[in-house]
Design a protein around this ligand. Sequence first.
Ligand code: A3P
Length: 299
Amino acid sequence: MDTAKICKAEVVSKFHDVEESWDDEFKRLKHFQACDSDIIVSTFPKCGTTWLKALTFSSLYRNQFAWDKNPLLTFGPHQLVRFLEYDLYLYNPFPDLQNVCVYQPRLLSTHLPYASLPTSIKDSNSKIVFICRNPLDMFISLWSFLYKLGDESLEPLSLDEAFDKFYHGIYAYGPFFDHVLGYWKASQENPNKILFLKYEDLKEDINSHLKNLAMFLGVPFTDDEEKQGVVEEIEKICSFENLKEVEVNKKGVHISGIPHTGFCRKGKVGDWSNYLTPFMVERLEKLIQEKMDSSGLTF
Ligand code: A3P
């Protein structure tokens, strides 16, 4: 079996079974030393990671390449912004980060819950950009993604089975609500370190959120850039419609063995209504209410 296949099986089985041990990866990740200037894109899977990677990459490095040579035209967002855990440190305690992070400051990503982040990320002045999404859409996106992966060694999960697991918080990277609330609370306590975004807000008004993102990253758009339409250019290149049509995203395969097409499906808000039964919706809405409680976070 080649490395990509092993990776893919590992990713898929982690989605299926949260009991699988993460110990080895955590041990390896301890070797990661965050720098004060690092930017970490952090998400729960299927909440808009691909989009956020593209937006962060393009905003942060916009002056480091000619516009018509934006690497997003040639590489997928997941090739440009690599995952710490199931990509860089999956088998290697000392990946060559200098080689991986071509541009400065370093831009990396993770799906780990806030509580499980390497301490150097929390203790340094590095910044975290987090995105979450309405759990109903996130769940449908994840379920569709697993189906698409179609790993031969595992039975595909039916919607009912997947729903049951999700409802009971059984998913890789921990229960969705704990994951999101961990970052939410940390961002409330330290808004200069963690920018908390919602997929739906970006869909509604990408322009102002992109400006806000650039400001947070310490690279605000200048008046000249705004006049020249740089913000709109970034919006366009990172849009679902554009990313989906880039050759590598149509045909390429991620280092984990997952086809890039798996990362761009519909890109819509409210797609859950095409799949979930009224009973499922009622249960999930009750759960959302219960879990969000007095946190101040709403979906
Ligand atoms: P759907 O499955 O609902 O279409 P992640 O990147 O965290 O894996 O999340 C994937 C979800 O984000 C998918 O949602 C995918 O279609 C959507 N997506 C990917 N690229 C996007 C983009 N540029 N703009 C908006 N949504 C995007």
